[in-house]
Design a protein around this ligand. Structure first.
Ligand SMILES: O=C(O)COP(=O)(O)O
Ligand SMILES: [Mg+2]
Length: 235
């Protein structure tokens, strides 16, 4: 049986995979820099800094505008203000990518348990899922601060495997960043890399996921074909 035929559950990354969240992350970053009377940054720069959670985003922003390594004490002062501004801007400009709702609904009604595995702090993840009315489709939601380590560490994915009592080849990770693919490989699970997300401006195929998709709806073709293969094998 191909690795696609063994899948029983699917984990999704959030930023750059389900939701184009950079416009609001950029607004919050710019509002924070302005409050500390620092030079600003562009949305395109923020797009290339997303991927390792909120604190790393602000660390990269501060390091760029100050042109030096950032001391932890400055970051500790700035982070509460970033968290405040992002809370205000969570969903002002962010959008679901095309076909996300329909594809998630179809996968869920086909019986796949679905999870979110994001590096975004958990306190922002749930309200964002609720705001786009997709929260009910996920039976498990892991934020970047839900466990001791975030992607690219495999911990959130190995946690899911034991939570759902699955073998590693039964879980699929869908994401836009090399962190998603590295975590999937380290956990021994199948991965799909999406080309339209953030990934620090790098081509996701350089991380060698098991498949690369240009659009979210292509996931359905891969997973559905595996269902057909299974049905044929059972005849
Ligand atoms: O918050 C981030 O930096 C990235 O979040 P993601 O893991 O959902 O892409
Ligand atoms: Mg992402």
């Amino acid at each position: 049986m191909s690795r696609w035929g063994k899948l029983k559950a699917i984990a999704f990354d959030l930023d750059g995979t389900l939701i184009d969240s950079v416009p609001d992350l950029a607004a919050a970053t710019q509002a924070t820099l302005s409050e500390f009377e620092l030079p600003s940054c562009t949305e395109a720069q923020v797009r290339s800094w997303v991927g390792n959670g909120a604190e790393m985003l602000m660390r990269r922003a501060l390091s760029f505008v100050l042109d030096r390594e950032v001391e932890q004490s400055l970051l500790d002062d700035v982070m509460p203000r970033f968290m405040h501004h992002y809370q205000e801007h969570l969903q002002r400009y962010s959008k679901l990518y095309p076909n996300v709702l329909a594809v998630l609904e179809e996968l869920s009604s086909s019986g796949y348990p679905l999870a979110i595995v994001t590096n975004k702090p958990h306190r922002f993840t749930i309200p964002l899922l609720e705001a786009f009315n997709i929260d009910h489709l996920f039976s498990k939601v892991l934020g970047g601060d839900s466990l001791d380590r975030m992607k690219p560490d495999p911990l959130p994915l190995t946690h899911l495997l034991s939570h759902w009592q699955l073998e590693s080849d039964q879980l699929l990770m869908v994401g836009d960043s090399k962190n998603d693919i590295l975590a999937a490989k380290a956990a021994g699970i199948t991965s799909i890399g999406l080309t339209y997300g953030y990934n620090y401006g790098e081509d996701i195929s350089l991380s060698s996921p098991d498949a690369v998709c240009e659009q979210f709806s292509e996931i359905l073709t891969l997973v559905n074909n595996s269902v057909k293969v299974l049905e044929q094998e059972n005849v």
